[in-house]
Design a protein around this ligand. Structure first.
Ligand code: ATP
Length: 258
């Protein structure tokens, strides 16, 4: 099977720092995966590599392929991945737009609908359908600045789904959410996984690793520290070494926490 995402010997510099060091990994279509790592391990750098805010250092044997192709374009990227970052959540709330506008602007990769951007009836229909699927149809006209963090996350998830991507990459999705909003988010992630959307979550927070995720890739200091089935990775010994502090991992009904 052709990998959805393939990194081969990828090195990325952030200023003078080598943020990713000769990284190789493959993620296959339909796989639910967590990328787990402590602060500074290279998680954001990996996301920025995919959104093309950063580029790898060129070397003869390095490659970054999406569905087998090195020269992917933005349209292809959008069909393959919906990427939800905290920067995007912040950018969408200024200036204030409605939930429906936020979702529709996903078609144009803008932060709102400018006068020259006309959403077709089909786009509006799909955007409303996505808000409905995520249980927030009643918030379509509500301004994003007047929503709870949990509601806002669902709007941004709906926006990421307009291109019907095969997978969703969620970057630290529970950052700044209280415990109720985190539960809501995790239920939404489970729902999306149930809809057949592959979930790739980048996090340092164990509860973000929903029960459907069965593979965990750990990053440490820009390298792969572990890449194995969840049960092998999410144990006290390995995670104490990953986070460089003693931790106790607890599991209950497929959910993990420290
Ligand atoms: N703008 C920058 N200039 C120089 N070095 C940077 C810059 N941004 C990140 N780094 C370095 O690159 C490495 C990887 O950082 P990155 O932000 O990708 O880690 P992270 O796993 O996302 O961390 P966090 O969990 O804190 O967000 C770190 O050593 C960090 O200090």
């Amino acid at each position: 099977m052709t990998p959805l995402l393939e990194l081969q010997n990828i090195t990325v510099m952030q200023g003078q720092n080598m943020a990713l060091k000769h990284l190789s990994m493959r993620i296959f279509p339909g796989e639910h995966v967590a990328i787990l790592g402590p602060n500074g391990s290279g998680k954001s750098t990996l996301i920025k590599l995919l959104t093309r805010e950063l580029y790898p250092v060129r070397s003869a044997d390095s490659a970054l392929r999406i569905l087998g192709q090195e020269l992917w374009n933005v349209a292809q990227l959008r069909r393959s991945f919906g990427i939800v970052t905290n920067d995007l959540v912040a950018e969408l709330t200024r200036p204030s737009i409605s939930a429906l506008e936020a979702v529709l602007s996903g078609y144009f990769s803008t932060h709102g609908l400018w006068p020259h951007l006309e959403a077709t009836e089909e786009m509006v229909h799909r955007a409303r359908g996505l808000l409905d699927m995520l249980g927030i149809a009643h918030l379509a006209k509500r301004a994003l600045t007047e929503m709870s963090s949990g509601e806002l996350r669902r709007v941004v998830l709906a926006r990421a789904l307009v291109h019907a991507p095969q997978s969703l990459i969620l970057d630290e999705p529970s950052n700044s959410l209280d415990v109720a909003a985190q539960r809501e988010l995790h239920r939404t992630m489970e729902q999306l996984a149930g809809e057949g959307i592959a979930i790739i979550v980048v996090t340092h927070h164990l509860p973000d690793i929903i029960p459907q995720i069965d593979r965990v890739i750990c990053l440490r200091e820009g390298r792969i520290f572990a890449d194995a089935p969840k049960a092998e990775v999410l144990c006290s010994d390995l995670l104490s070494r990953l986070f460089a502090v003693p931790v106790q991992v607890h599991e209950s009904d497929g959910w993990y926490r420290f």
